[in-house]
Write a protein of this length. Structure first.
Length: 273
C-alpha cells in the first residue's frame, strides 16, 4: 500500500511547509484539493502548466505522489449555469493533471439540492441519469488528455449503492472512469450491520475498477453513524483488504477526515493489516 492523507486534513500552510510536514510524518501519497490547501487563487481560469509543475515538483522532491487531484464539485447542480461552471472547473483540472504528476481527478456525484444536504430525492432515477450525462461528458474530456475521472460514491449522492455504481460503469464504458472507494460512505444506521454483504457486493461487482481507497472508521452513538479513529471503529478492514488487497498491489490508501494527532496510529494500523 501507498498510504497518504487528504492534504486539507492538515491546516492551510505554504506549499513547502505542507510538503515537509507530510514527509516528516512518513506519508508517501496525498489527495490534493488546491482550493482547500493553499491561499493562492485556484479559481476557474487560474490553473496553468507552470503552476501545476511548480506544485508537483515540490511534492516530487520529497518523493510524495499526488495520487488524486481533488475537484469536488456538484456535477448535477440544479442551477444550469452553476453546473456548467462545476463541469468546466473539473475539465480544467483534467487538462493540467499530468503537469501535477497526477493521473486521477476526483469528485463525488453531487446533490439535487444546491446546499448539499442529505435527501432521498437523490435516489430517484432522474438524478442518476443526470449523473450519467455529466460523468460521460467528463470522461470524454479525460480520454482526450489520457487521464482518469475518479468518482467517489456514497449514500448522500445518487450513487448511493454498489448496484448504482455498477450501472454507471456499464453505461459509461471507459477505462478512463475509475472508482475512489470509501467503504464507510455506503453505510447508514439502518444497514451497517450488513456491512460484510455490502462490501462483498461492491468488491465482487466492480472491485477491478477501484483506483484509490479512502480509509476511515466509524462507531454508532445515539442512533447515528459517527467518525472514529482509524482502526478503533466497526469497519471490517480485515475483509476489505483480504478481498481487495491481493488484487490491488501498491494501491493508494488515502486516510480520510483524519485528525492530525491520529495520523501515525492510522499508518501503523494500515501497515499491520
Amino acid at each position: 500500500m501507498n498510504v497518504g492523507i487528504r492534504a486539507h486534513d492538515l491546516p492551510k500552510q505554504p506549499l513547502n511547509s505542507i510538503v515537509t510536514e507530510l514527509s516528516q510524518r512518513g506519508l508517501n501519497s496525498v489527495q490534493l484539493a488546491l482550493n482547500k490547501s493553499f491561499d493562492f487563487d485556484t479559481s476557474l481560469g487560474c490553473l496553468n502548466p507552470g503552476m501545476a509543475h511548480h506544485i508537483g515538483h515540490a511534492f516530487r522532491r520529497h518523493d510524495i505522489q499526488i495520487a488524486v487531484l481533488g475537484c469536488y464539485v456538484n456535477i448535477i447542480h440544479p442551477d444550469p449555469s452553476e453546473r456548467r461552471n462545476a463541469l468546466a472547473r473539473f475539465k480544467e483540472h483534467l487538462c493540467y493533471a499530468r503537469d501535477f504528476g497526477c493521473s486521477i481527478v476526483g469528485t463525488e456525484t453531487g446533490n439535487v439540492n444546491a446546499d448539499i444536504v442529505y435527501t432521498e430525492d437523490n435516489f430517484h432515477e432522474a438524478p442518476f441519469q443526470e449523473v450519467i450525462d455529466s460523468v460521460r461528458e467528463l470522461v470524454e474530456e479525460a480520454e482526450r488528455f489520457g487521464v482518469i475521472v475518479g468518482i467517489e460514491p456514497g449514500v448522500n449522492h445518487p450513487l448511493h449503492s454498489p448496484e448504482k455504481v455498477g450501472r454507471m460503469l456499464e453505461m459509461v464504458n471507459s477505462n478512463n472512469l475509475q472508482i475512489i472507494f470509501d467503504p464507510v460512505n455506503f453505510l447508514t444506521i439502518d444497514n451497517y450491520m450488513q456491512q460484510r454483504e455490502i462490501l462483498q457486493e461492491a468488491i465482487d461487482s466492480w472491485g477491478d475498477r477501484v483506483a484509490v481507497i479512502h480509509a476511515k472508521d466509524f462507531i454508532v452513538e445515539e442512533g447515528a453513524i459517527c467518525p472514529a479513529p482509524l482502526g478503533k471503529g466497526l469497519l471490517d478492514y480485515a475483509l476489505l483488504f483480504e478481498r481487495l488487497g491481493p488484487r490491488k498491489p501498491y494501491i493508494n490508501v488515502i486516510m480520510d477526515e483524519i485528525d492530525a494527532d491520529d495520523i501515525e496510529s492510522g499508518i501503523a494500523f494500515l501497515n499491520a493489516l
